[in-house]
Design a protein around this ligand. Sequence first.
Ligand code: FAD
Length: 355
Amino acid sequence: MKLDYIIVGQGISGTWLSYYLQKEGASFLVIDHHDPNAPSRLAAGIINPVTGRRHVSTWMIETLQPFAWEAYSQLGRELGVKGISQKNIIDFFPSAQMRESFVKRVEENGAYVSEMESPNQFLPHFNYEFGCGEITPVYTAHLENIIPAWRKKLVEEHLLREEKLDPGQLTLTSDRVVFKDVEARKIIFCDGALCSRNPWFQLLPFAPNKGEALFIDIPELPHDRIYKKGMMLVPMASPGQWWLGSAYEWDFKNAEPSEDFRIKSELLLQQWLKIPYTITGHIASIRPATLERRPFVGLHPVLPSIGILNGMGTKGCSLAPYFARELARHLLYREPLNPDADVRRFSRILSRNIS
Ligand SMILES: Cc1cc2nc3c(=O)[nH]c(=O)nc-3n(C[C@H](O)[C@H](O)[C@H](O)COP(=O)(O)OP(=O)(O)OC[C@H]3O[C@@H](n4cnc5c(N)ncnc54)[C@H](O)[C@@H]3O)c2cc1C
């Protein structure tokens, strides 16, 4: 079988890359071994425009957020599922100091933050002493709808093979790649945290990061917002079901759900919620984060038949659609890549050990 591209991985990166390549009429095969614990299958899907204690705007958010809204809405329409919705964050301040920092940000005309007109309205459901503010607009990408629906379409169109690709089985030249019976012009790795073991890209400054979350039934909690107090309580697609997360661990022994996270989360719920809840699940996964918090996008500087779309870290939902489209247009029309994301910024590192 002769194709333009092999795409390794159907997380959120591989989903968007295959979507944009298909839109442009390119031929491809996606190879994905379907890891049920991949971060794209467990993430809450939040596209939060601010970050950190000072609520500063995240990198490129003025471009990424509206792009993501359009992209998920469009793909959702094409697949007949809900792709994205707006659920603003109610930020309960954990201390007087945090309240002051938020108010200061509002007074500086900080984008995306505002004070609440009636901050006591949440008292029937939550305990909070220091007030709350609102972050707006915040979107939730419905990965739980998009990823399986896109996979089903790919399978129906014979564009996805469910297996693990072993890089040792690839034969590469500068303009061809052969994997078993498939010959393609290029192979693009969208393989998430496993890429840190990929022989061609493992020297990149990945900084894998473990995240965890609890699934919780809270039937009495209104479903129209995300609530934050140290952690985020995020409404899931089914009413009454919530996602509480998540940890950011740089130093971890394994990818399993931990007792520490469960105890910490249960303590938070006991202190924060005034209404009944039941914990129904606990998950953990490894984010493909990078040391300098920018994605890795583009073609290998020495082996141009290999490419990468990875390093989405904590922001895969907003970064993946934008940079997948950029990569598709780079591959097909040689349009330039954003230099902050272009993997060729690591040309020297990537040239080591390549014969
Ligand atoms: C608990 C948690 C919460 C998160 N919440 C958010 C959030 O609210 N908002 C946000 O923007 N981001 C969030 N993230 C981060 C987000 O999930 C990631 O940035 C994103 O999912 C990365 O997507 P990816 O497609 O690059 O990688 P992955 O999701 O890891 O997908 C890689 C895919 O490649 C496949 N694969 C790998 N190697 C091979 C191989 N050799 N052969 C075949 N298949 C292979 C895997 O099975 C997998 O399907 C969260 C992450 C975690 C862990």
